[in-house]
Design a protein around this ligand. Structure first.
Ligand code: F6P
Length: 542
């Protein structure tokens, strides 16, 4: 049995250290050290990280880095990049880093270099994307394709849609992109209601090609298409697949010549820079896509080589552990001050929560400490008018990452300065608050002073970047991928399986036929589930 993280000497030291500093205020730390705002910073791959507004001293960082060392982080990083099968419950390597390795690099899985295969698929994607972008790919009736609909869910949806939204500025505006994920028929119906099948291409994106939601939506798309085009031969022009499962793709009726492959060593939530990103490549073009991969790769190299105390994903990961396990913070907010990053936090939810929402160690021990936090957030400034009240004056400690850009892609009047002013103001207000005396000095009536006082001392990171580009998006996503890896290593969980989603899927398959009013067999669930099924059947008939 390996030593649990809570038994590491650094963990014990951090616990004692926490007792000694938990009452200290960011106001005092900043007053005592005028250089704090420049000292607790780090820059790499075009990202500037200011982590000075955290409840940490130099000693905290030293102890956290000790924890990383004692947890074997260096060995785990090397094992991942080497292609070791670190996803032990599925006996797989974890090599999303190979997806962005430059042509000519060598990464071995079972003795075979996988990089040439990665580039072969990228070239195949680029050739196909080129035909859609120059309108030479024609539909069954000879019309060019106007709309691309990505059908997928989880990692086969959240990454593509997040990245398409993020890089929409760079996209071909003559093409429309839509994303269908939910098994709710309304999702599919709304996505296609104004489309002409003769001008529509469906990308069915599914690593396994067995996912109920995706297959159900794909079959509905097929029916919708054939209802108008009335010829099976049309499928070849209007459906392509992205998958690791050629057998199931062929069974669905998609010619495997129109399939873009990837590999079992790419986890679903780590996959949007594989062929799963086909819709994105069509939108922004192969050159921009490759710039994005270069951004990913730059961050991979930074993560692999930088000393831990200068390593952005390691710093963010360790700070997360600090609040999660020592301050008892249960959630973590990611707040991008950029409209294009509207889906970034939703994407991070799967990345983080499906990876580290675990309670068993790699060697099967039951965990008795906190692991992955609840991750959430929406773009600034909308959140300020919704839930920031709770972050400022509520009873919970919510560490936040703020992400801001120096130049807008849409410089309209003074919008961008105002947006950024709000971002910086929030981190300042959260850190320093407003004391009762400061409130009184504003002439506020004594009865209102407690209500208008801000305790402050709320920790934040600020990531400041010049401008949102494909390269920058790659660095940001890789930053969070590796942050999740750091935390999973410390918590000793397998960040690359997701057995927790299975039970619900199995039960849904059992319940689906029981919802049919004609289902004869007696229901054998608990009394609550039986009653819900009965009521549904009854009301459905009306
Ligand atoms: O159910 C969870 C999950 O397996 C995710 O991990 C994955 O991203 C998603 O389903 C979709 O899976 P697939 O790409 O195989 O359809």
């Amino acid at each position: 049995m390996t030593t649990l993280c809570t038994h590491q000497p650094a963990w014990q030291a951090l616990q004692a250290h926490y007792q000694s500093i938990q009452q200290q205020h960011l106001r005092d730390w900043f007053a005592a050290d005028p250089a704090r705002g420049t000292e607790f910073t780090e820059a790499a791959c075009g990202l500037y990280l200011d982590y000075s507004k955290n409840r940490i001293s130099r000693e905290t960082m030293t102890l956290l880095v000790d924890l990383a060392d004692q947890s074997g982080l260096r060995q785990r990083i090397d094992a991942m990049f080497r292609g070791d099968k670190i996803n032990i419950t599925e006996d797989r390597a974890v090599l999303h880093v190979a997806l962005r390795a430059p042509r000519g690099a060598s990464i071995l899985v079972d003795g075979e270099n996988v990089v040439p295969d990665v580039h072969a698929v990228l070239d195949q994607m680029a050739a196909f994307a080129g035909k859609l972008r120059d309108r030479t790919w024609r539909g069954h009736t000879g019309l060019p394709i106007k709309t691309i609909v990505n059908i997928g869910i989880g990692g086969s949806d959240l990454g593509p849609v997040m990245a398409y939204e993020a890089l929409r500025h760079y996209s071909d505006r003559g093409l429309q992109f839509r994303f269908v994920s939910n098994i709710d028929g309304s999702d599919f119906s709304e996505a296609v209601h104004d489309l002409n099948p003769a001008e529509t291409l469906f990308i069915v994106a599914s690593k396994t090609f067995t996912t109920q939601e995706t297959l159900t939506n794909a079959h509905s798309a097929r029916t919708w298409c054939l209802a108008i085009l009335k010829d099976e031969a049309a499928i070849a022009k209007h459906f392509v697949a992205v998958s690791t499962n050629a057998t199931e793709v062929a069974k669905f009726g998609i010619d495997t010549a129109n399939m873009f492959g990837f590999w079992d060593w790419v986890g679903g939530r780590y996959s949007f820079d594989s062929a799963i990103g086909l819709s994105l490549m069509i939108a922004i073009g192969p050159d921009n896509y490759r710039d994005m991969l270069a951004g990913f790769h730059a961050m991979d190299e930074h993560f692999r080589t930088a000393p831990f105390d200068h390593n952005l994903p390691v710093i963010l990961g360790l700070l997360g552990v600090w609040y999660n396990n020592f301050f008892g913070a249960e959630t973590h907010a990611v707040l991008p001050y950029d409209h294009y990053l509207g889906r970034f936090s939703a994407y991070l939810q799967q990345l983080d929560m499906e990876s580290n929402g675990k309670r068993t160690t790699l060697d099967g021990q039951k965990i008795d400490y906190q692991t992955g936090p609840v991750v959430w957030g929406t773009p600034g400034t909308n959140g300020q008018h919704a839930y920031y009240q709770l972050i400022h004056q509520g009873t919970k400690l919510i560490p936040c990452d703020f992400i801001a850009f120096c130049r807008s892609l849409n410089p309209v009047g003074i919008h961008h300065d105002l947006l950024t002013a709000n971002c910086f103001a929030q981190t300042e207000a959260l850190a320093f608050g407003k004391t009762a005396d400061e409130v009184r000095a504003d002439g506020v009536a004594e009865a209102l002073v407690p209500h208008r006082t801000f305790d402050g001392n709320h920790p934040t990171n600020t990531i400041l970047v010049e401008q949102l580009t494909p390269y920058v998006l790659g660095t940001l996503v890789a930053l969070y991928e590796h942050k999740v890896f750091v935390q999973g290593t410390i918590w000793q969980v397998n960040s690359f399986d997701q057995w927790g989603v299975e039970l619900g899927k199995v039960l849904a398959k059992k319940i689906a036929p029981e919802l049919d009013a004609g289902h004869a067999a007696a229901l054998k669930h608990d009394s609550s589930t039986n009653q819900l099924i009965n009521l549904y059947r009854e009301k459905k008939r009306k």
